[in-house]
Design a protein around this ligand. Structure first.
Ligand SMILES: NC(=O)c1ccc[n+]([C@@H]2O[C@H](COP(=O)([O-])OP(=O)(O)OC[C@H]3O[C@@H](n4cnc5c(N)ncnc54)[C@H](O)[C@@H]3O)[C@@H](O)[C@H]2O)c1
Length: 269
């Protein structure tokens, strides 16, 4: 029987790494791609002959095409899951973040996903029941103040995934996204800007939320990896992590102005 395969961006850390290790355990062939070469070397040690790793900047489309072509040589032209996961989180008020940092976030979190989905189509088409999986966020439900661009990229990724979940049916392929809440990963070390300068990081958030018991509690990346596994077995389009975020996030859609007004009050305090 053919060994199933997954191509993962942002595989050297956090959610991507946890997903790589889970799929390895399930007997899949894992392609891990990232900017972090040290992290990739240690992932390759785990994967051995059941995987391949390589440096890939997801914003570089020709490099993405090359990485997919090289992955394809290991998998005989198949790809069961394309996992567009790499992302960064920088924050602060929209007009206080340096413009080049805004463009960097757009390029990695959105253009990187477009590059990956586009580059992977021919292998997905060639593989029965394949899945184009993306990591959006619970920040894709209501635009997040002080993370406006991050949140905008995640809304866009969710919208792209919904549209692809219909279009890819032409090839017998699927699309789904993961909508994680607060996950304990180095993502939160991203800069928080004020007046164009980095003044802090978001690291306090996962630390503080460890004590929460509701849907805002801090989770281990292994829980997101488990949802990636479920997404391949299941038929849902959006995978909320933790599950109870679904009800909470959907309720927001019925009280958008009330949420806006509450957030304005918080900002003006
Ligand atoms: N951590 C959370 O709470 C959380 C919540 C919702 C969504 N997410 C999303 O999950 C995804 C994974 O993030 P994580 O939490 O595992 O963070 P992480 O920082 O642990 O991992 C992200 C990985 O992406 C890599 N990366 C960054 N820029 C890249 C580029 N240009 N090309 C290739 N790789 C690049 C980094 O080197 C890193 O290894 C992101 O899209 C993030 O937005 C995270």
């Amino acid at each position: 029987m053919r060994q199933k395969s997954i191509f993962i961006t942002g595989a050297a850390s956090g959610i991507g790494l946890a997903t790589a290790l889970l799929f390895l355990k399930k007997g899949w062939f894992v392609g891990g791609y990232d900017l972090d070469e040290k992290g990739l070397t240690s992932l390759q040690d785990e994967l051995q002959q059941n995987g391949t790793t390589a440096y890939l900047d997801v914003t570089d489309k020709p490099a993405f095409d090359d990485a997919i072509a090289s992955f394809s040589k290991h998998t005989d032209g198949h790809m069961d899951i394309m996992f567009n996961n790499a992302g960064i989180a920088l924050g602060g008020f929209f007009d206080e973040i340096p413009f080049e940092k805004i463009m960097l976030m757009l390029n990695i979190n959105l253009i990187g996903v477009v590059n990956g989905a586009y580059a992977a189509i021919s292998l997905l088409k060639n593989t029965d029941n394949s899945l184009c999986l993306t990591t959006a966020s619970s920040a894709a439900i209501f635009g997040t103040p002080r993370m406006a661009i991050y949140s905008a990229t995640k809304h866009a990724v969710k919208g792209l995934t919904e549209a692809l979940s219909v279009e890819l049916a032409r090839y017998g392929s699927r699309a789904a996204d993961l909508l994680p809440g607060i996950i304990d990963t180095p993502l939160w070390k991203g800069d928080h800007f004020s007046g164009g300068k980095s003044i802090a990081t978001f690291e306090a958030i996962p630390k503080r939320n460890v004590n929460h018991t509701d849907a805002s509690r801090t989770l281990d990346p292994a829980e997101v990896a488990e949802s990636a596994w479920q997404a391949y077995q299941g038929t849902k389009l959006h995978w909320y992590i933790p599950e109870e975020l679904e009800e909470q996030d959907k309720a927001k859609l019925h009280s958008i102005e009330a949420i806006r007004d509450q957030k304005i009050a918080e900002i003006l305090q």
